[in-house]
Design a binder for this molecule. Sequence first.
Ligand SMILES: *[C@@H]1O[C@H](CO)[C@@H](O)[C@H](O)[C@H]1NC(C)=O
Ligand SMILES: *[C@@H]1O[C@H](CO)[C@@H](O)[C@H](O)[C@H]1NC(C)=O
Ligand SMILES: *[C@@H]1O[C@H](CO)[C@@H](O)[C@H](O)[C@H]1NC(C)=O
Ligand SMILES: *[C@@H]1O[C@H](CO)[C@@H](O)[C@H](O)[C@H]1NC(C)=O
Length: 250
Amino acid sequence: MGFHHIQSLLFLFLLGASSLTLAQNLYCHKGISMSIKEDNSSAFNWTSEKVETCDNNALCQESVLMIKSGAKAAVFVTKSCVSEGIPSITFAQHSPPPGIVAVSYSNYCEDSLCNNKSDLPDFLWDSNLPSVSKASTTLRCPTCVALGNCLSAPSLLCPNGTTRCYQGRLEIIGGDFDSTLEVKGCTSVIGCRLMSGILTVGPMWVKEMCPYQSLIQPRKIKNGATWLLISIRKLELLLLLLLQLLVHCS
Ligand SMILES: *[C@@H]1O[C@H](CO)[C@@H](O)[C@H](O)[C@H]1NC(C)=O
Ligand SMILES: *[C@@H]1O[C@H](CO)[C@@H](O)[C@H](O)[C@H]1NC(C)=O
Ligand SMILES: *[C@@H]1O[C@H](CO)[C@@H](O)[C@H](O)[C@H]1NC(C)=O
Ligand SMILES: *[C@@H]1O[C@H](CO)[C@@H](O)[C@H](O)[C@H]1NC(C)=O
């Protein structure tokens, strides 16, 4: 009798709790922006005054993708409700310096208006710094970042540590984006792998295409060992970032 009583109380409690959460609306900041920034203007106001009401079981998100080549950086930012995901913070350094840098940050959280960051995370700008220093004396690459097409791509001296020229297009889809970015510059990344295979950044999905490269270097992947080394280095960088994050959080 007593057991049954407790059980039905528990049932009622659970029922009460779930109808309570159903009744509570989740609100999230909403906004997107894409822009090309000069290296030295690291100030970026990510505040969004707009607020949207989410569907049931949603989360709030705020995400940034930054691609930098030469003195310019393309910055895609978004805040909104998302219907899928778990509360988490993700940093990824898709392409590390020197040369073209591709980095992203994404925060999924579950309280109303928790996607309220006003500045871009410092690490996005920090990872910029080495790419402008120490020019090598030999390699030059056409260098540009532009929404749509590059109107010009001056041939610039590459930073020390880069080994080749990259030319590609990134299509950024989802999270209210449907945009193309043209990227040219110096890199040590081999092939069409600026995103290093991590193709989602929050609600954004990135498709990478390198038409020029396949024309200029038809299937010239000669050194498997280099591939492996570079992938391992990337993994290490990712792990390092994750570890830093864990230490930071605890
Ligand atoms: C940023 O760079 C631009 C051109 O490269 C220059 O005109 C401007 O003065 C610089 N701003 C700062 C704060 O250094
Ligand atoms: C960012 O913009 C919001 C308005 O959109 C403003 O209230 C806030 O003061 C700005 N923050 C900075 C650091 O400029
Ligand atoms: C931003 O969101 C966090 C997490 O929900 C919250 O603790 C904080 O008070 C919010 N800050 C502002 C200014 O709303
Ligand atoms: C480039 O890097 C190599 C190896 O780290 C170093 O020996 C060389 O001095 C560097 N060159 C410049 C111009 O910094």
